[in-house]
Design a protein around this ligand. Structure first.
Ligand SMILES: [Zn+2]
Length: 457
């Protein structure tokens, strides 16, 4: 069998002067159409409907047909079910025992819609549909005057009674829920044939410690499900900060480290492809898991070994969060629609693309060396099913963003002559015939275990 190798004749001695990796590239018109399907009007209707339940607290009533979490989850289920026979809608149900902020045993249901792809590997778009209101809201928590965690939950004296105190949660996280539902509609009605399986997930019990997401992520790990990416949206619908500063043109994307972790690669992907399809919106990746003293469901997936990022609005109004004032009048639907379009562009590109190539050798180490001269960069990878080419990325080993990239053919190795692998970070992505690009697999050295020196007596 002939080895197929790309020998790159580029002189990389001038690497620092090359243009950044943003070449003009043809966009897939089908993805353009899908992104264009995101409807601000539909988002408004979804947000207003979510507001009508009064509260969606995980511990609220389940027997009313119009208010509380029971009515809310059934409506989300029915809404998702109405979009397309291709969507497999289900409750992902657990019984959570009393613990922490869960004051009594409770049945908790994530609402999920699966759009099967050709492959079982999964890409999630998610939010949490449960809500909470606490005394003093998030502002009180930020001011540090509400005790540990700042959480003083307004709840009935009887812990077994439903907590139906008002908590409309239209932004937290009605915004992420509406985004997820709207993208379930757009994707399932797109007619596109995705390689990956898309999962539109509305989590529950986020406000009690990411419990719905943790239970699902734990189950996914135990079942050996392959989840390539989780795009989690939590508080993404308002563009005016509580301090009056407005930014309706950017979205923050948080990801856990280290710098070439799977979640960090996902954040880079969201920026690269989100901004190509939605150039009017700036994606701002942030090199940390989340904001200070705040959490989100993406971290639950991280804990169980999955790549996941958290989308957060550019400017927050803490005075409305975890507070009965989190109502529709605080939402900026046009801004939410832009954030939904970024999610759509990234998820569609990723779901249409082949899986990322493998870059580890049999010993679990990065498959890169200095051959043939001893001073070259020689990259090897495993072929991805469906790929017709690969794109090699690199950057100086001091910086967060890929600086350069180069498309190579349908090969499984490439050599960059006179290129010091010790000074650069390399990665490779799989590309299909239509240009859909996978996540980048980075060449990084695994951490070494401590190796104690034996001392003589
Ligand atoms: Zn939230």
């Amino acid at each position: 069998m002939t080895r197929r190798v790309a020998a790159l004749a580029l002189c990389l001695c001038s690497i620092g002067r090359l243009a950044p990796a943003q070449p003009a590239q043809d966009l897939d018109p089908r993805v353009v159409t899908l992104v264009g399907q995101v409807s601000e009007q539909r988002l408004v209707a979804l947000l207003k409907k979510l507001e009508t339940f009064g509260t969606r607290n995980t511990l609220s009533s389940v027997d009313s047909p119009t208010s509380g979490i029971g009515a809310a989850r059934q409506w989300i289920f029915d809404e998702l079910k109405s979009y397309s026979p291709k969507l497999q809608v289900s409750f992902d149900t657990y019984r959570i025992a009393a613990q922490g902020r869960i004051t009594r045993d409770v049945e908790a249901r994530n609402v999920m819609a699966i759009l099967p792809g050709r492959s079982p590997r999964r890409i999630y778009i998610s939010g949490h549909y449960d809500t909470i209101a606490i005394a003093g809201g998030q502002s009180g928590s930020n001011a540090g005057n509400r005790g540990r965690d700042g959480i003083v939950v307004t709840q009935p004296a009887d812990p077994n009674a439903p907590n139906d105190s008002p908590a409309a949660g239209v932004n937290d996280d009605g915004s992420g829920t509406a985004l997820t539902i709207e993208l379930a509609r757009a994707f399932s009605q797109s007619g596109l044939d995705f390689d990956a399986t898309l999962v539109f997930m509305c989590h529950v019990a986020e406000e009690q410690g990411l419990m719905g997401a943790k239970l699902h992520a734990q189950k996914a790990r135990d079942l050996g499900l392959r989840i390539d990416a989780v795009l989690n949206n939590d508080i993404v619908g308002n563009a005016r900060g509580g301090n009056g500063i407005v930014d309706g043109a950017s979205i923050r994307v948080y990801s856990e480290g280290p710098e070439d972790s799977p979640s960090r690669e996902l954040a880079r992907f969201v920026q690269r492809w989100g901004m190509r399809y939605v150039p009017s919106h700036t994606v701002r990746p942030l090199s940390r898991a989340d904001r200070f003293s705040r959490g989100g469901d993406h971290s639950a997936y991280n804990q169980y070994g999955f790549a996941a990022v958290g989308f957060r609005e550019s400017r927050e109004d803490f005075g409305r969060q975890h507070d009965p004032r989190d109502t529709f009048d605080g939402l900026w639907p046009a801004y939410l629609a832009q954030n939904a379009r970024v999610n759509a562009a990234a998820a569609a590109t990723l779901a249409l693309a082949p899986p990322a190539p493998g870059v580890l050798n049999a010993r679990g180490q990065a498959n890169i060396n200095r051959a043939p001269s001893g001073y070259d960069a020689h990259l090897m990878w495993t072929a991805s099913p469906g790929a017709s080419a690969y794109r090699v990325f690199w950057r100086e080993a001091w910086g967060p963003d890929w600086q350069h990239d180069m498309l190579v053919g349908n090969v499984t190795e490439a050599t960059l002559p006179h290129t010091l692998i010790d000074d650069l970070v390399f990665g490779v992505a799989a590309v299909d015939a239509a240009g859909h690009e996978s996540l980048v697999s980075p060449y990084i050295s695994p951490a070494r275990d401590a190796d104690d020196v034996k001392t003589a007596r």
